[in-house]
Design a protein around this ligand. Sequence first.
Ligand SMILES: Cc1cc2nc3c(=O)[nH]c(=O)nc-3n(C[C@H](O)[C@H](O)[C@H](O)COP(=O)(O)OP(=O)(O)OC[C@H]3O[C@@H](n4cnc5c(N)ncnc54)[C@H](O)[C@@H]3O)c2cc1C
Length: 768
Amino acid sequence: MSGSYGHRLEFGTFVTPVNASPDTPVALARRSEALGYDLVTFSDDPDQPAHLDTWTLLAWVAGRTDRIHLAANVLTTPMRPPALLARSAASLDLLSGGRLELALGTGESDRAPGGLAAVEALGGPALEPGAAVDALGESVDVVRAMLDAGDPAPVRYRGEHHRLDGAAGGPLPAHHIPIWLGGTDPRLLRLVGVTADGWLSTLDPATPDAVRAGNKLIDEAAREAGRDPSEIRRLLNVSGRFTDTRQGFLHGPAAGWVEDLLPLVVEDGVGTFILITDDVATMERFAREVAPALREAADRALPAPLPRTAARSGAVRAKRRPGIAYDELPASLADRAVEPGDIDYSRVKSNYLRGGTPGLVLRPRTPAEVADALAFARAHRHLPLGIRSGGHGISGRSTNDGGIVLDVGELNGIEVLDEARRLVRIGPGARWTDVAQALAPYGWALTSGDYGGVGVGGLATAAGVGWLARKHGLTIDHLRAVELVLADGRVARASETENPDLFWAVRGAGANFGVVTAFEFEVDEVGPVGWAQFALDAGDPAGLLTRWGAAVEAAPRDLTSAIIMGPPRMGQPAVAQVMAMVDSADPATIVAQLQPLADVAPGYDQQVVITSYASVMANASDAPHQAQGEPISRTGLISHLTPEFAAAAARLLTSGVVYFFHIRSIGGAVTDVDPDAMAWSHRGSNFHVTAFGRHRARLDTLWDDLLAEHLSGTYLSFETDLRPERLTEAFPPRTLARLRTLKKRYDPDGLFRDNFAITPDTASRTTP
Ligand SMILES: Cc1cc2nc3c(=O)[nH]c(=O)nc-3n(C[C@H](O)[C@H](O)[C@H](O)COP(=O)(O)OP(=O)(O)OC[C@H]3O[C@@H](n4cnc5c(N)ncnc54)[C@H](O)[C@@H]3O)c2cc1C
């Protein structure tokens, strides 16, 4: 007796791909989805003139359904070169949102005797049954190599039936595509045990022990190969008739079906039943009366209820990092967690600028799940913990090596709460380009940063210096309330009237106080804007900076600008890029406000358009973050770009140490706010200066020697120097003292420490 293998119990349908009425199999697939089936499958008989081509049908059905998983039952593998099959599978999996499963066979089976002859007749290879199984095994190897997540190396394979000489890997599928093998040939069953994720067979009531015998062979082969047999899902095609009275196996009322199928679950470990039928009434009755009752009966009969999530294979478990209790993850997080061996790992391990190799990425979707994730993190206090929203952190280490990443990217809703008050609720995982797009139809905008890919969570807990700063202030100036999960797992709301101390701290030092799960902002009415990009002669960098700074300070608040400079390049003129937004739709006003900027140096190129804020922010890529390494930067705030500062900046630029030098304008409306109103208190600064270099010590030395004396305070979002002075520059003494007191109250054990950790004030008394 093999017993249960502990897989979630799933149900599918097996539909004939008739071509006489091609809409019929599609309609049956859609009906299967509506009825709650997990899977729809179609037979693959390439020599059957009455059938549609199965792969084409799968692709079509993928486009006509939303949720249900799809597979052939089973694919005649010798007709499909495996490298091409892998590309097709990955492509369809991507297009369907991770819903393709691969069920492969030799073409020959009890259901399709003579299949190998049919393959040969269709121009496929001439194979004896034994060789056909060997060829299938090689196909599995090739498909796996091609689908192997995150390995861009060319694929080489030397087999008897298949060879690859450096084939370029195909697209990365959306999910780990399981490979199930179909058939009952003992050689095939051993192959299942050695390599497959599942075994698919058809139940013959005349030979009821065939499933058990097959399982025995598979389990033995799996153990010999060092695998745990429970990694292998057992899938069974079944057919029967619903009648009022019990007349035989799967021939009677629904209760009788449940009785017949239950031993197959409890004793033979079947995890998926696939109902062979093209009859809608049978499909409906099975879905409504058999499937749920069988689930309940199995949970009652088994020592423990069947899990709701899939078990991880030995190969995935082998890549686990030490010190993480992977198997103790709460069910709420387990099915969406990503580990180093998972297909999604290469998509979630790194940030936009930072490479990472975390041991576990948790992806909660609700505040309660965030609380679960934080409880798990508290039990792993010895490991680094990254909190990630949009993954654009420069200061924060929202990815790490071997630690835990709590990724709230899917908490990304954008909802208008009160149109009259322009009150909008935004999830931390939304990106600023999404926010701008969502607000544009209302004629609104929320001042953010300059890059649309940045996440709301990291920026709106720090400050938010962007293209509307001088007119509309910082992003945090628009915050009216936040909801966050605190270090101890409590869910809190903070505003001017609820937990006002916490609300004060979140606006500038939010990363230290919790995981924000929702922000409520009052946004501005913003119509069309003027958007300018100038390429200016930077041959005199000090003069250029001084003149640009003066022009920006003299400009009306409508105008916000930034300048980017780099090191001199041999044989090329020095060029600075100046960008500016003018919050006005009037061409004359735009030109009048831009002209003084354009005049600060001779120009090489200029472009001015009247456009929308959303268009300017539509500059983000949707590709997963793939960064390597660590950014190296220094940053600071300054009131005026004095000639002395500008001369020092010019020396920094010619040193060869800095490859990207960026000054953003602040000032204007930012100065209207009381410096004590929130944790970000540098209200007098008109400019924010950042330099990126390739060498930590050389950048620090030059920055400290040349620029530091001109700067007053810093905006931590662009800082990567971890020396403690940076914290005291970011927060003046009174602000830092208050933050340390609050840190003791809200995060006394320093759970949130990946982004310039504030040490709790151990001297102060704690207020509960
Ligand atoms: C290309 C680029 C352009 C930028 N331009 C601007 C700009 O114009 N103006 C500006 O002000 N900034 C700008 N930034 C800096 C940016 O604001 C910060 O890097 C910000 O932290 C990124 O937020 P994120 O959610 O994308 O990053 P993440 O990497 O997800 O998070 C960064 C840090 O923020 C904290 N954090 C994230 N989510 C939460 C949460 N939900 N609750 C509490 N803490 C959280 C964590 O400590 C984390 O380490 C830019 C960054 C980049 C890479």
